[in-house]
Design a protein around this ligand. Structure first.
Ligand code: NI
Length: 176
């Protein structure tokens, strides 16, 4: 296992779209282990996407189980080639990002999702998710399109907030 370097703004590579995964081999699974180790090393990180470490493939990890948000969740999820097949509702909520360490922002996201993806062996998975978990997944899937939460705030003047201290273990505003 190895810690991977996280790309941070204004790195132009964060704007690159990622390609589908076609080969489900040991090298892929080893990369996913490294990606998870890198997520766990980040402060309060509830998710991470492969392009954040410079690998432009459609792979995301989400795990909101270690947060205070009292909503149902699936715990640790690796989603390869994820697709949202249905979404409902919307709400504004605060987001942070390992690639944008100095800011948090208010972003509108769907509240309920149905998602299709593959696991690290290529098996098809289907999930329904809601609330903070659904938010985290939408945030990660944006990374696959080269988009960051700062591109989604309605107003950079009123909806972006500078982080004073990036406290380790501060779970109220997770990064993803
Ligand atoms: Ni992010």
């Amino acid at each position: 296992m190895a810690l991977l370097e996280i790309l941070k703004v204004p790195d132009e590579r964060l704007k690159q779209a990622s390609d589908p995964v076609e080969v489900f081999d040991d090298a892929l699974r080893s990369f996913i282990d490294d990606l998870e180790e890198t997520r766990l090393a980040g402060p309060g990180a509830v998710g991470i996407a492969a392009p954040q470490v410079g690998r432009f493939q459609r792979i995301v990890i989400v795990d909101v189980s270690n947060t205070r948000k009292p909503v149902p969740n699936h715990g640790y999820m690796v989603l390869v080639n994820p697709e949202i097949t249905h979404w409902e509702g919307y709400e504004m909520g605060r987001e942070g990002c390992l690639s944008v360490p100095d800011y948090t922002g208010n972003v509108i996201r769907a509240t309920h999702l149905e998602v299709k993806a593959q696991d690290p062996r290529g098996k098809i998975l289907e999930f329904k998710m809601e609330g903070f978990e659904a938010r985290a997944l939408q945030h990660e899937m944006d990374h696959l399109e080269g988009m960051l939460f700062v591109d989604r705030v309605v107003s950079r003047r009123t909806d972006l907030f500078r982080r004073k201290v990036y406290l380790k273990g501060r779970k109220a505003i997770g990064s993803a």
